[in-house]
Design a protein around this ligand. Structure first.
Ligand code: GAL
Length: 617
């Protein structure tokens, strides 16, 4: 087995093919093509670290699969790997690229892990696989690498677990080990440039960033799962009466006549859906429907789909093989006729991930077989992205735009009009996920649900309005959270005492979101054309500043704003770091000198947002 000659595939992008790659890979299944002209428009990339890395790459193919070995300098910082909840820098970590909706620890598993990383040393690497690959980012050292370290520690002056176990980072040679199991070959794509340039090139390689329709950037609200048609319309009117500027209303599982798995047919709770859709539109709303991809026997297209589904069921439903044309066509045609042509603006694609840590163990097994030839392991990595692509195409074929949510994603996702979300609900981790999403072509919504109290609600809503999608997901609570945050009291329909205060405070925050739409739209247009993500870790824009390398709780929102969300647990005071420059407080309207850490006092109804003085905003 051979490593083929390295060749250039676009400005700043190179590939090598090792052995015999699999038939089913992210690039083989892409339907949005690389943006070659947009890549040409980026500054010329000379062959540099990426070319060096591909040349240095060594490999072994065995029964274990493919093993790749790459050099790593101990000073390198590593970013990417998709939606990660625990931190932004993966140097010195092992990343398992396995879809999992309930990651219990910092293993790399998540709703949207991506076999793509960016090194601060001037390159990025994308491994074109749906396998559950493992990336060891400088965690291992080859036999003899520590030979020169003959320093003893007789005094043992420092005693702590971390001091005992720490890898002596600077003294050893490091390497990156990538294991891709159960295959005989793989395509590796290396990208030249700074962290930001690598991300831009990866996104343009993926087909460019998505630019959502303007209505998608307005506030969203998902209604209580138990609501019916009458209640949905009543809530829609209540928002208007309370002056809550909600634009998109989402209806949760109860609209299906059977929802786990789905029939994609209205239940008795919604006796006249078209009337409801029309009335919602008259009130200025776009309507979105929840679903997942598992097709219940009572669904109209069940029999037609049967030959084009995997050999195992999920929740008694078929798993469509979206890697094949037939399943996609059947699914698309039904959705076009029943939803897209009738005015539904988008579909929330739930549960296309899976979980090894959830006691109900609900998804298909890894050994499943799909008619396209994909196995269950590959399909777990692919389902989210193929499902998004099917629905994206269904809208595109009707000349309509969509913007919605999805619970799993993966490689080459940037052109997909879907935002990730999770049931995990840890605000701190949600902020880290938001910062990380921008490294790997993903969008993320740290959605608001029920809350500990009103101040927790405000803190969560603040992060949400400075995110890719301003969504309140009230599927578990019948009353809006600004009227009752507590789940039991909400079910008992008891309003909290200070509901008027929190209603007004939330309205104010939602209005801030609306005032930001033109600015955000511009940032998304740039995402589409140049691959620059609208939300970015500070290290992307300030690579020269060593203080920002690990900052995972602050981010750039567009080109002009730095957002530093607080969680309720953090209270009203926080130390933030501002990079070099002069900034203007968005809420407190004070000037701040950057290049330093500072402590800010922030009431619960405000969020520290710093606008570059030069921006003119
Ligand atoms: C979950 C999903 C929630 C909600 C719920 C309804 O899987 O994450 O957002 O849609 O299902 O059953």
């Amino acid at each position: 087995m051979k490593k083929q000659e390295l060749h250039q595939i676009a400005n700043g992008i190179y590939e090598v093919v090792i052995g015999i790659p699999e038939v089913h890979t992210p690039t083989a299944h892409r339907s949005v093509q690389m943006r070659k002209e947009a890549l040409m428009a980026l500054p010329d990339a000379r062959p540099g670290r990426a070319v060096e890395i591909l040349r240095a790459l060594s490999f072994r193919i065995s029964q274990r699969g493919v093993l790749l070995r790459l050099p790593m300098d101990p000073s390198e910082n590593i970013y990417g790997f998709g939606l990660q909840f625990f931190g932004i820098n993966s140097a010195g970590k092992r990343r398992l690229i396995k879809v999992n909706s309930d990651p219990v620890a910092d293993t790399g598993e998540s709703h949207a892990p991506v076999p793509f990383y960016i090194s601060s040393s001037g390159y990025a690497l994308f491994v074109d696989t749906y396998r559950t690959a493992t990336f060891q980012m400088g965690t291992v050292a080859k036999k003899g690498a520590s030979r020169s370290m003959r320093i003893e520690n007789e005094a043992h002056t420092e005693f702590s677990e971390s001091a005992l176990y720490a890898l002596k980072k600077s003294a050893q040679e490091r390497e990156i080990l990538i294991e891709i199991p159960r295959c005989n070959g793989v395509r590796c794509i290396a990208i030249e440039g700074s962290i930001l340039e690598c991300v831009q090139r990866y996104n343009l390689f993926s087909g460019g960033g998505v630019c959502p329709p303007e209505w998608g950037l307005y506030p969203w609200y998902r209604l209580y799962g138990g609501c019916d048609q009458k209640e949905a319309l009543r809530m829609a009117k209540e928002f208007r009466a309370d002056g809550m500027p909600i634009k998109v209303i989402g209806i949760e599982p109860g609209w299906h006549s059977h929802s786990y798995s789905c029939t994609y047919r209205w239940s008795d709770l919604f006796p006249a859906p078209q009337e409801m859709i029309d009335q919602m539109q008259e009130m200025g709303y776009a309507l979105n429907l929840w679903e997942h991809a598992f097709v219940y026997p009572a669904a109209e297209f069940y029999e037609e789909l049967l030959p084009y589904a995997g050999d195992y069921e999920v929740w008694n439903g078929l798993v469509p093989d979206f890697a094949g044309k037939e399943a996609r066509e059947i699914f698309k045609a039904y959705h076009q006729k029943h939803f897209i042509d009738r005015g539904i603006s988008g579909l929330k694609l739930d549960e296309c991930d899976n979980s090894d840590y959830n006691p109900s163990d609900w998804s298909f097994p890894e050994c499943s077989q799909f008619p396209s030839g994909m196995d269950g392991e590959q399909m777990h990595q692919a389902l989210g992205i193929l499902y998004q692509d099917t629905i994206r195409q269904a809208y595109a074929e009707r000349g309509k735009e969509t913007y919605s949510e999805v619970r799993s994603s993966g490689a080459l996702a940037s052109p997909q009009p879907f935002v990730l979300y999770s049931d995990l609900y840890d605000h701190r981790k949600f902020i880290t996920a938001l910062v990380n999403s921008g490294f790997s072509g993903l969008l993320w919504c740290p959605e608001v649900r029920d809350c500990v109290n009103g101040d927790d609600l405000l803190r969560r809503l603040e992060t949400v309005i400075f995110s890719h999608q301003a969504l309140i997901n009230a599927w578990r609570i019948p009353m809006p959270p600004w009227k009752q945050t507590d789940i039991d009291l909400s079910l008992a329909k008891i309003q909290m005492e200070d509901a008027p205060y929190y209603t007004a405070a939330c309205r104010k925050l939602l209005e801030v979101r609306i005032s930001l739409i033109p600015y955000l739209k511009k940032a998304f247009e740039e995402y589409q054309n140049s691959g620059k993500p609208p939300i970015r870790a500070l290290v992307m824009d300030y690579p020269e500043d060593p203080n920002v390398a690990d900052i995972g709780d602050e981010y750039l929102f567009g080109d002009e704003m730095i957002v530093c969300p607080l969680t309720y647990e953090e209270g009203t005071r926080k130390e933030v770091y501002l990079p070099k420059g002069r900034f203007y407080g968005f809420f407190d309207k004070r000037f701040y000198e950057g290049g330093r850490s500072l402590t800010v006092d922030v009431p619960y109804d405000e969020i520290p947002v710093f606008v570059k003085e030069s921006s003119g905003i």
